[in-house]
Design a protein. Structure first.
Lengths: 353, 353
DNA sequence: GTGAAAGCGCTAACAT
DNA sequence: ATGTTAGCGCTTTCAC
């Protein structure tokens, strides 16, 4: 039907012939174009455009260069927080002329390890990840000693000289809990899971700080998984001395909580006040708009990618990579689940076919 | 701090030396091991194990092999429909031992074109995309004639021999609109944008079919962009003869509509009934749970990836690639915005730190 | 069965 | 400022 001959891709030597120069000159033009006269550069660029030349990555890599590709590992793309983050990382990478290998670890350290190996095999120029383990695995250390810059998002890895972008989890949680305290609540419970994650630990710490500061007794309900949130909540709320307010540790917990309250017929904020960590899409359109501590996924992605490309540009080779730690602020978005009355008006964007 | 020498990776010739054979023999052992005596194979395998040899992908690719990487281009990852889709594609790819280069086209054909070129430069083994143009660009044709399998999602590209995964847009829309008609509505307006996309055209077609079938007069409000939804809606609803029901053409339109109705103080479903195309996260927790025509992003991704790997496996080289068209069903999820009374109970999953 | 040679497309290092 | 040479690690081709 179509062309039978797979028409050999145009190579650097095709361009060189077309422009009447040596391959090396073309290579120089492609890579920054230094030490090339304006006239020749012009001619080469025309030839490139005419032939639709694209440098062959494999050849570059074989020569020892790094791929113009970065790796990104997030727990899942099915959570809008991480997909927003991935979106931004990819955008920044594109702006730098890089592509992005995106993998999901499904919250499993072994999976992450395998993915790191595959990325190393592809000579990625840098690696951004939301790490699953608190201490550096041999794989990650190998990446580091291969001189590949690493940025971790949301969490830190001990024993690794990677740059980190974190979130003011403790301060954000404090602020949220203080807001509930400001509404006069004394019995504020803190609900969530994954207590082994740094981010969650910090939020719990923030909760505890705010409670103690107000002379209140912290009540922390750690559950093992997202699924058990509903059970725990139901048991506690129907028990003696139910709390008058709730602080939920992440978006999934908040959603589970909302569903459970709906089932139990408990009305927000009349029967129970709620502040959650993490914003929800459509939060303002819910039966009761939810007050949340918002962290920006886009900012996390943007900062992480920016840091990575700084490192890639600097090209600190194998040696001590410059290690940076960035901590992003959170924002208390006051809606109605906390007991406040006002109406929040929010804007939506983005489109699909 | 760590190792200063980046310890050159062991190559095929290291293994050959260690085993006392030629590189070629090692290569044969690595790739299936045919035409090698058991004794030599044994020796080579021991050497491979001892040295921890990993074949270099770049070198393989340079020799004309395809990368164990596929490309995926979606309009955006900031829309949960497409990120869910990307999530599943990536999962399937991983299961096949492939990685996934994920790029976003931002709904712009030129961007898509550039990304396709970069993927070709990386020798991807296959390409999955939600195409922005209805006719094949030179770039896409080049991919095809290079023998790289292509699968398009949600839309078709004319003049391209790619496999396609589509959605029963027309039938789904018909079903949704018929449900509104079943509630006794006569004045049902259809609202949305991006009318040049096949998927939207089909939904409009389904709407029109259902209306005509019932002897009703179609009322289609095409707007130019997501932003103008609110304006149009407000103007029409405050004008003479406002409709009693609304059919919105995609999730963004539905959300804009919800916000607008909230502002105008119009209550669902008392003042106005609503059925939307595309499900919303948290739809069941909204003030009024929204009835929607749901299409499965995961199924779209899964089917597309499956199709692609079928093609990659078959390895139909440059010749006529087997072209398949798959059309996925939609599902009418009845909640309350249509006027139905029942309570829907839904489950949430997925977790984050 | 096994091996030697050639070369994929590119760029670092060295001419000129 | 531009060109020449060599070789990255692998597999295809052909010889033995």
């Amino acid at each position: 039907m179509s062309k039978d001959k797979p028409q050999r891709k145009t190579t650097i030597s095709d361009v060189a012939r077309e422009a009447g120069v040596a391959q090396m000159t073309v290579s120089r033009v492609v890579n920054g174009g230094n030490y090339v006269s304006a006239e020749v550069r012009e001619r080469v660029q025309r030839a490139i455009a005419k032939l639709g030349y694209q440098p062959n990555e494999a050849a570059r890599i074989l020569k020892g260069q790094r791929a113009r590709t970065i790796g990104l590992i997030v727990p899942t793309l099915a959570d809008s927080f991480f997909s927003a983050c991935a979106h931004t990382v990819q955008e920044v990478a594109t702006r730098h002329g890089y592509m992005t290998l995106i993998q999901t670890s499904s919250n499993r350290a072994e999976v992450e390890t395998g993915e790191i190996d595959m990325m190393v095999a592809r000579n990625v120029a840098g690696l951004i990840l939301v790490p699953m383990e608190m201490k550096a695995s041999p794989g990650l250390l190998a990446v580091q000693s291969a001189g590949i810059p690493i940025v971790t998002l949301d969490r830190v890895v001990k024993g690794l000289s990677a740059s980190e972008v974190l979130v003011e989890n403790a301060i954000g949680a404090e602020e949220g809990v203080r807001h509930l305290i400001g509404h006069g609540h004394k019995q504020i419970a803190c609900l969530g899971y994954d207590a082994d994650l740094l981010s969650i630990q910090e939020r719990i710490h923030g909760y505890t700080t705010a409670m103690k500061e107000a002379g209140l007794h912290p009540q922390i309900w750690k559950v093992e998984s997202a699924r058990s949130v509903a059970l725990t909540l139901q048991r506690k709320l129907e028990g003696p001395q139910p709390p008058t307010a709730l602080f939920t540790l992440n978006n999934v917990t908040t959603i589970q909580t909302l569903h459970t309250l709906q089932q139990l017929g408990i009305k927000l904020p009349r029967d129970l006040a709620l502040v959650g960590f993490d914003d929800l899409e459509l939060a303002s359109l819910l039966t009761v708009p939810i007050t949340v501590v918002r962290q920006s996924a886009h900012e996390l992605g943007r900062s992480g990618a920016k840091l990575l490309f700084d490192m890639i540009r600097t090209g600190a080779p194998m040696k001590e990579l410059p290690k940076t730690r960035l901590v992003l602020p959170t924002e208390l978005v006051i809606r109605n689940s906390c007991g406040c009355k006002g109406v929040s008006r929010e804007i939506v964007a983005a489109g699909r076919g």
